[in-house]
Design a protein around this ligand. Structure first.
Ligand code: G16
Length: 550
């Protein structure tokens, strides 16, 4: 026996039986499915988080209860490692194994195997900080999680209802507290002060910023956004919209970053509110994604997605590095995924090193760590900028030769404070965008004109088993089901400027199809044709075949 508190675990575990016939998977962003199915998973994750902390000598682990952009009835949970980054991938498999143990004896035996295989010293302390978003199912799920903590003996801190990025910040702040690398005060107030303080320094002396409208997706971003707005005061006037956090069914419904990105249109609730030329942005349900948009003078909608944010920010940082006299000493690179618009990739590769990796923050984050300054953004608005520890050291010790170099160096140092480097953070990214726009005196329209997006379309296909879809080459090619990739390529060849790929979602039970072409109608047609291929190839019910699939 490994010394696990078997009786305590057993007694509580029996209260959280695993639903029969459900297979759980720790996917792109943890476990995610209908909230009503997740009690047993949350209890088990409570224990897993405790073990992860023990394995890491009592370092604080984070647990976030959220399903982010998914519909309100969904919920989910993800673990955060001590530096505020996503759970180490080898532990994702352990999480999946534990979640799928059919009953308490099997769960206990899986725990024993984990403790043995990973050589966990159970006498070590376990410390966890946890939070949840505003979903109605969150309270009960947190209760199950707390019982998991109780079963294994975790010193747990409840961070309440907050955004995913604030939880990541807290993990890093708690683990660096009192060290020379202290990330910030380990409280929401500390987070707000850090961001707003850096923002105020960065826009000092710039022309007053016009009001920014924020669509909060009726989620937790509305709560954090209101606090941030108070800290920012006049420096960034904010108008919060879609803040109905307690209205049943409102979360992510017809609003939020995922709606804007996938529908490529204004949330209906903003139709009579947004004025032509005014800047606006959407957060998602847990405020880790950001999409900007505006209406031109003819009231035409224009979207500025994660790719546009990457282009804006990367160019700004490159210019600052040069102005500081650090060109050649600090290299800036960009990380994207296959969803990046072809025009954005073209724009970026002409200026910087660019890498393409599979979907999922963890892949982008790790790739970005290889650059001195790594800018990573998914087209869906997820992203941040990482300054490597060596780069931060260089910035700290560098002696500028001129006042202009000194100013640029100061801006770079303040950016390090402004940007939440633990994970993509909609509020921090929004401040970053506002800083760049203020420095460049850009309107949303001028920013938009950096390059023109290629027309594109994203379609979801519901299939019987999305696990049969396997990809390679950073998800740009399918290797399974056999033969399907060749058919997709055959179709793509018929479209001018065509590009398309297919991959299984890691957060929803669907397969995603992306297509681009030179003309919008052709991008739509290509996407629906590929979706039709995917549907038919996988034996979809002909009666349920969506009529738009060609
Ligand atoms: C999560 C991940 C993102 C990913 C998105 C969609 O976002 O953190 O990296 O792009 O899911 O993933 P998939 O296409 O596999 O469903 P969020 O905002 O839902 O946590």
């Amino acid at each position: 026996m490994s010394g696990l508190p078997v009786e305590a675990i057993q007694a509580l575990s029996d209260e959280y039986p695993k639903p029969v016939d459900v297979h759980f998977q720790y996917g792109t962003a943890g476990f995610r499915t209908l909230g009503a199915l997740l009690d047993s998973v949350l209890f088990r994750v409570g224990i897993l988080a405790g073990l992860r902390s023990k394995k890491l000598d009592g370092k604080v682990i984070g647990v976030m209860v959220t399903a982010s952009h998914n519909p309100e009835p969904d919920n989910g949970v993800k673990l955060v490692d001590p530096r505020g980054e996503m759970l180490e991938s080898s532990w994702e498999a352990h999480a999946t194994t534990l979640a799928n143990a059919p009953d308490t004896p099997a769960f206990l035996s899986a725990l024993e195997s984990l403790v043995k295989a990973t050589k966990i010293d159970l006498s070590k302390p376990a410390r966890v900080v946890y939070a949840r978003d505003t979903r109605p199912s969150g309270g009960a799920l947190v209760f199950a999680l707390e019982n998991g903590f109780k079963a294994i003996g975790v010193e747990a801190r409840n961070a309440g209802v907050t955004t995913t990025p604030i939880l990541h910040y807290l993990v890093k702040a708690m683990n660096t507290k009192g060290t020379k690398d202290e990330y910030g005060d380990d409280s929401e107030e500390g987070y707000m002060q850090k961001l707003s303080g850096a923002f105020k320094k960065l826009v000092a002396g710039k022309a007053p910023i016009t009001p920014l409208l924020i669509d909060c997706a009726n989620g937790v971003g509305a709560l954090a956004g209101a606090v941030l707005a108070e800290h920012l005061g006049e420096t960034l006037p904010i108008i919060l919209e879609n803040g109905a956090t307690t209205t049943p069914g409102a979360l992510n419904d017809q609003c939020g970053a995922d709606f804007v990105k996938t529908q490529q249109k204004l949330p209906p609730s903003l139709l009579s509110i947004l004025k032509p030329g005014q800047r606006a942005c959407s957060l998602d349900g847990d405020a880790d994604r950001l999409i900007y948009f505006y209406l031109d003078e003819r009231s035409q909608f224009h979207m500025l997605d994660g790719d546009k944010i990457a282009a804006l920010v990367a160019a700004f940082i490159v210019a600052l590095v040069k102005a500081a006299g650090l060109e050649g000493k600090i290299n800036v690179g960009v990380v994207q995924t296959a969803y990046a618009n072809g025009a954005s990739t073209k724009y970026l590769v002409e200026r910087l090193p660019v890498k393409c990796v599979p979907t999922g923050v963890k892949h982008l984050h790790h790739a970005a760590e290889h650059y001195d300054v790594g800018v990573y953004f998914e087209a869906n608005g997820h992203g941040t900028v990482l300054f490597s520890p060596e780069t931060q050291g260089k910035l700290a010790s560098y002696q500028p030769l001129t006042p202009a170099q000194s100013t640029a160096l100061g801006h770079l140092k303040n950016l390090v404070q402004l940007i939440n480097q633990t994970v993509g953070d909609a509020l921090s990214d929004m401040l970053l965008v506002e800083v760049v726009l203020a420095h460049k005196s850009y309107s949303a329209e001028e920013w938009d004109s950096l390059y023109s997006d290629k027309p594109n379309r994203l379609v979801k296909v519901v299939v019987r088993d999305r696990n049969i879809f396997k990809t390679e080459d950073a998800e740009r090619r399918l290797v399974s089901p056999p033969g399907l990739q060749a058919k997709i390529e055959e179709l793509v060849r018929r479209y001018n400027g065509g590009r398309s790929f297919v991959r299984p979602s890691g957060t929803e039970d669907v397969v995603r199809v992306y297509a681009e072409a030179t003309v919008k109608a052709q991008a739509d047609e290509l996407a629906f044709r590929v979706a039709g291929l995917v549907y038919d190839e996988t034996g979809g019910d002909p009666v349920k075949r969506p009529k738009e699939f060609l």
